[in-house]
Ligand binder design. Structure first.
Ligand code: URP
Ligand code: ZN
Ligand code: ZN
Length: 464
């Protein structure tokens, strides 16, 4: 199979030029102006941007949470990702307490196999690792999973104590595995939640009122300090507040290898949504919760200045029937919201159009930096000879109003949109995965199973 993309404006983390791209098989093989080559398919990209395929470092597909399961599976979730311009997703197999990491890994391989419409890799959620079992981490890295996620939140399910945190970080440091943290002080938060429940508070807005930003900041500070002592590379997921950014910035200024991720919801939405009438606020019950407009402004600044490196979605959708489980108490609302499809268009609209992000920075935060941090670069995250031909041909003039009722913007298997009514200026038209057109003029034309598992390399400081 060969493909020629003519006259697109090619944007990478560092470049911006108009050229032709020739793709043979799965790789970009030639880049130049007015290439004198024949191809089985030719796409005219005049007037369009050509971005590297998006890399979403944080999604939850087919994830059991208590009695419910996140509503997108590998087929529906990755199809929606593709339509939104994301060609690689990194998901989280979740260890069950007391069980081996490899049971979870095998289960997630089964969930994805034959269904994924974009390429995928895994980070392993570790919720216990008694002394003596650290060698499981070595095998994990050998199997292409060189990143581990730990929680200081959710004491009843996923929380790990500081001893486990340190032990995992020590081994991860030796292995070149990245330690990802969901950083919130879950112990204190649970006390605040208990008090709110005892006072009779039930509505969704109490989810936000019981999770103060300082408890996010405290946990980031603690994880940064433990990672420093352990010598581990740290990546803090879904950062939502100025309080969380403070210790991250301080660590980076000291030269510590610490990275930060935020999500479109923290950049674009705020806690006023919890004041919507009735139970509607449940749509945005996620952890951490939506914060204030001033937190938003700090996150944009950090993204612009390079204090934050990536934008993931934390896509974890639940239909309203599942959210209804928490009608009588906010603590029972499944945590998470949809967004896998909307990331690139929202970031382009709210970042590039407003001047908050340059085109190069947009590519860095939506693709290149995640590929570098998570051992996929230069296979993913750039457009270069020898890289996978994962491309987004993006029409800067196309306008779409994101809505659950707009079939061009909503392929996710969930009955609401977190961004209902947002009009975005700029949208992906055509998406290419390893040389195959999988989205053409906004229509998904790939097939379930065309996405491959990506065995990733350990962290390399030299590529950052
Ligand atoms: O509310 C959220 N974020 N659900 C997904 C799991 C997590 O904490 O990342
Ligand atoms: Zn989390
Ligand atoms: Zn998550």
């Amino acid at each position: 199979m060969s493909l020629l993309v003519r006259n697109g404006r090619i944007i990478t983390a560092a470049d911006d030029y108009v050229a032709d791209l020739y793709i043979h098989g799965e790789k970009v093989t030639l880049i130049g102006t007015k290439l004198d080559v024949e191809a089985e398919e030719v796409i005219d990209a005049s007037g369009k941007f050509v971005f590297p395929g998006g890399v979403d470092p944080h999604v939850h597909l087919d994830l059991p949470v208590g009695a419910v399961i996140s509503s997108d599976d590998y087929e529906t979730g990755t199809r929606a990702a593709a339509c939104g311009g994301t060609t690689t997703v990194l998901d989280f197999p979740t260890q069950e307490r007391g069980r081996s990491l490899f049971e979870a890994l095998e289960l997630w391989h089964q969930k994805a196999h034959g269904k994924a419409c974009v390429d995928y890799g895994f980070h392993m959620i570790v919720c216990d690792l008694p002394p003596g079992r650290e060698a499981e981490l070595d095998k994990l890295v050998e199997e292409g999973v060189p990143s581990i996620k730990l929680f200081t939140a959710y004491p009843d399910r996923l929380y790990v104590d500081d001893a486990t945190l340190y032990r995992v970080m020590r081994r991860a440091a030796d292995l070149g595995a990245v330690v990802m943290m969901h950083a919130e002080n879950g112990i204190v938060i649970d006390e605040i939640v208990r008090a709110a429940c005892a006072e009779g508070h039930t509505e969704p807005r109490w989810h936000a009122l019981t999770r103060p930003t300082l408890m996010e900041g405290e946990a980031v500070h603690r994880c940064v300090a433990i990672a420093r002592v352990a010598g581990a590379v740290l990546y803090v997921v879904h950062m939502s507040s100025a309080a969380a950014l403070e210790p991250l910035r301080a660590a980076r200024d000291r030269g510590q290898l610490v990275f930060g991720e935020t999500c479109p919801q923290y950049l674009l939405l705020d806690h006023s949504l919890y004041e919507k009438p009735g139970f509607e606020g449940a749509k945005w019950v996620m952890t951490p919760p939506l914060r204030s407009k001033s937190d938003q402004a700090e996150l944009w600044k950090a993204l612009h200045m390079g204090d934050l490196q990536t934008v993931g979605t934390d896509h974890c959708p639940f239909c309203m029937a599942d959210k209804e489980r928490g009608r009588d108490s906010f603590v029972k609302i499944p945590n998470g919201a949809p967004g896998i499809e909307n990331r690139m268009a929202l970031l382009f609209h709210a970042g590039v159009r407003t001047g908050a992000l340059t085109l190069n920075r947009f590519v860095q935060v939506t693709s290149t930096n995640a590929a570098k941090i998570f051992g996929l670069f230069p296979r993913k995250g750039t457009i270069a000879v020898g890289s996978d031909a994962d491309l987004v041909i993006f029409d800067p003039e196309r306008k779409e109003t994101i809505s659950v009722n707009n079939p061009r913007t909503h392929h996710m298997r969930v009955d609401y949109s977190a961004y209902e009514g947002f009009t975005v200026h700029g949208y992906p038209d055509t998406v290419v995965l390893r040389g195959q057109v999988i989205v053409r003029d906004g229509e998904f034309v790939g097939r379930p199973g065309c996405g491959q598992f990506l065995a990733r390399k350990p962290f390399e400081e030299a590529v950052i």
